[in-house]
Design a protein around this ligand. Structure first.
Ligand SMILES: [Fe+2]
Ligand SMILES: [Fe+2]
Length: 282
């Protein structure tokens, strides 16, 4: 497969939006369902620390990049910083609704402290892999309206806004990685990225599952019942993990580039919608 490159006319545009300020959020904001809520809350708990790590990992390699990429890194940083700002607020609302996220946050901190002890290029590789992960989750979230169909409107808007920008900047870490490893052989590059992807995927699945189970425990759902409901939600219906499997596998193909899949139409659709909603909330 011939490798695509980041579209020349792509302009990464940070959308400075705020969501749910001053509004109480129902404990089960997601479809009135504790499992769906726990799943998304567990993901949100990772964003503030996780995105700060992405930013520091990519920023270290900005010097010497071509001007277009250097500008994209700058816009990527602005977008991630705003995502963290909004997810801090979202997590605060989960706290106000009675959830304790501190255990989940401590686990993220623990994982990151192990990563940070590794060389910068490994952190860039891990970020590049996790950015692919977030981009394919974002794609699925926007492509299939079922995922957020019964969510609280403000919270759904926050997740869609985040998804838009994750798609838009999906190749920034990847292009930075390509630039930083330009003198490596293709085989060596592939070996590192495949190894790191398998590693971060395992950690992602394990940690998000444990996080979801912990939040379900706080709702009094435990044991086999909790496991079964979580696995059903993640892998069967709506089955987010099952639905992203193909896009996840594409990462290992020779010639992979995030823009081999041009999904800018999803961004354009959502921009219209977010704008209309922004006016409604103004
Ligand atoms: Fe983000
Ligand atoms: Fe991102």
């Amino acid at each position: 497969m011939a490798r695509a490159t980041t579209p020349q006319d792509l302009i990464i545009t940070p959308r400075d939006r705020r969501f749910g300020r001053g509004a109480a959020q129902a404990r089960w904001w997601m479809a009135g369902d504790p499992v769906a809520t726990a799943y998304y809350n567990a993901l949100s708990a990772t964003f503030p620390k996780g995105e700060a790590y992405f930013v520091e990992s990519v920023r270290l390699f900005r010097d010497g990049t071509p001007p277009k990429l250097a500008q994209e890194i700058k816009s990527f940083v602005t977008q991630e910083v705003m995502h963290s700002r909004e997810h801090v607020q979202f997590n605060k609302r989960a706290l106000e609704a009675g959830y304790d996220l501190s255990g989940l946050e401590a686990r993220v901190e623990w994982r990151l402290s192990i990563s940070r002890a590794r060389p910068p290029i490994v952190n860039l590789a891990a970020t590049m892999c996790l950015e692919h992960f977030t981009a394919i989750l974002a794609h699925q979230l926007l492509k299939n309206p079922r995922h957020l169909a019964r969510a609280d409107a403000e919270s759904a808007a926050l997740w869609r806004w985040h998804a838009v920008e994750e798609i838009e900047h999906k190749a920034v870490a990847y292009d930075t990685w390509l630039h930083a490893t330009r003198d490596m052989s293709r085989w060596k590059r592939w070996k590192i990225k495949a190894k790191v992807m398998l590693f971060v995927t395992r950690n992602f699945v394990v940690d998000r599952s444990l996080g979801t189970l912990e939040l379900l425990r706080q709702d009094g759902i435990t044991g086999t019942r909790a496991w079964a409901r979580m696995l059903w939600f993640a892998w069967v219906r709506p089955g987010m993990m099952r639905k992203i499997l193909g896009a996840w596998l594409a990462f290992f193909l020779p010639g992979f580039h995030p823009w081999n899949q041009d999904d800018r139409a999803l961004i354009a659709n959502e921009d219209v919608r977010l704008q209309a909603q922004g006016e409604a909330y103004a």
